[in-house]
Design a protein around this ligand. Structure first.
Ligand code: ZN
Ligand code: ZN
Length: 365
């Protein structure tokens, strides 16, 4: 259990006048306790009272596989399949005195099943959304988190290097994606949550996924992928050329590369998230492609692939050392194609460190 993180949770809980925080398995629970359980049809719910040890309602079979240190640090309320979970909910809620209290839950994680059981066990409780302040808790990464991010990035870049060397015309986007996924797993990825490989005119759509279309000379090829290490995700995009690409796409490539560089150069403690977005957008707009840069500049990165801070106009959040996020400007021209170059950065006390190192020059395959 990570004591300092629990301390920070309690401080925030007091500030929000919350008597208890109820968490489902997911990134926030992992962050606070190290628990990596998955959501299943058998409810698991962790309760963090403002004082006293965290409490865990869980299936008996999960309780048996809990690490011993967690077993001693948490108050456990296991239930068997025969008993069902409701008694465990009742006893835990009574032990914590939750009736009529203010309970914070994650609206994006909790299911109706857990919510109903909790409300039944804690009559007249008030349920409040806590996403915003839990994410705030996670926004500055410590050294151990950055180490995992570096490892995730290393695995991803290693796999990209070996896979892209072997790409040739005739291979389909899906085949390239499958090889890249396999290479990341071989290099030690715990999971590979996403691999986007898109070529040719479909690159004009920023969210297109891999298809069975073979890549052809003259195509641009966008590869966007990330491996997970210790729960932390890498997120990198590179755009390649298959043989010789149209001159306009080469021009667009250099504009996006300059925008990526300008965005990273704008990162420093004290700058705001929107200033980074303005820095990339200025380069692209001045080159005449502003209307084709159709998404925000980036997003925070950590236990989730998308988390705060969002690097977008309108976000005046001040950047602080330890914040990790992507810088990923792109230009997408219908009928012609798209270019995106995405790097992962962390704010340092002196400025910025770019964690991704894969070359940014246009590589022809
Ligand atoms: Zn990405
Ligand atoms: Zn991204």
């Amino acid at each position: 259990m990570i004591e300092s993180r629990l301390q920070r949770l309690m401080v925030l809980q007091s500030a929000q006048f919350l008597d208890c925080v109820a968490l489902m398995p997911g990134p926030n629970l992992r962050y606070l306790t190290g628990l990596t359980m998955h959501v299943s049809e058998r409810p698991t719910l962790a309760l963090f009272p403002r004082q006293g040890p965290p409490t865990l309602i869980l299936p008996v079979l999960e309780a048996q596989s809990l690490p011993t240190d967690l077993r001693s640090e948490m108050q456990l309320f296991p239930y068997s399949d025969e008993q069902g979970p409701q008694d465990a909910f009742q006893v835990a809620a009574a032990a914590l005195g939750l009736a009529g209290k203010r309970i914070g839950v994650e609206f994006l994680q909790m299911r109706v099943m857990e919510l109903r059981r909790l409300e039944q066990a804690a009559p007249d409780c008030q349920i409040l959304a806590i996403e915003a302040f839990l994410q705030e808790l996670r926004s500055c990464k410590d050294a151990s988190e950055l180490e995992q991010m570096r490892r995730a990035i290393h695995i991803t870049e290693d796999a990209l290097l070996t896979t892209m060397d072997r790409v040739c015309p005739g291979q389909t986007e899906e085949e390239i994606a499958a090889e890249l996924r396999m290479a990341m797993l071989r290099a030690g990825a715990e999971e590979v949550p996403f691999v986007l490989v898109v070529a040719g005119p479909r690159t004009a759509s920023p969210h297109a996924g891999p298809s069975s279309r073979p890549v052809e000379p003259g195509d641009v090829l966008i590869v966007d992928c990330g491996a997970v290490s210790g729960g932390y995700t890498a997120d990198i995009t590179r755009t390649f050329a298959i043989g010789e690409v149209p001159p306009e796409l080469k021009r667009v490539y250099e504009v996006v590369r300059a925008a990526n560089e300008a965005g990273r150069a704008a990162v420093r403690p004290g700058a705001t998230a929107q200033e980074v977005d303005r820095a990339t957008r200025r380069v692209i707009t001045e080159a005449g492609y502003g209307e084709y840069f159709v998404h925000r500049t980036g997003h925070g990165l950590g236990l989730e692939v998308h988390e705060p801070p969002y690097i977008v106009e309108g976000n005046a959040e001040v950047l602080q050392p330890g914040m990790a996020f992507t810088v990923e400007p792109g230009v997408y021209i219908p009928g012609l194609g798209g270019v995106r170059i995405e790097d992962d950065v962390v704010v340092t006390s002196a400025g910025v460190e770019t964690l991704t190192t894969y070359p940014r020059e246009l590589r022809s395959l």
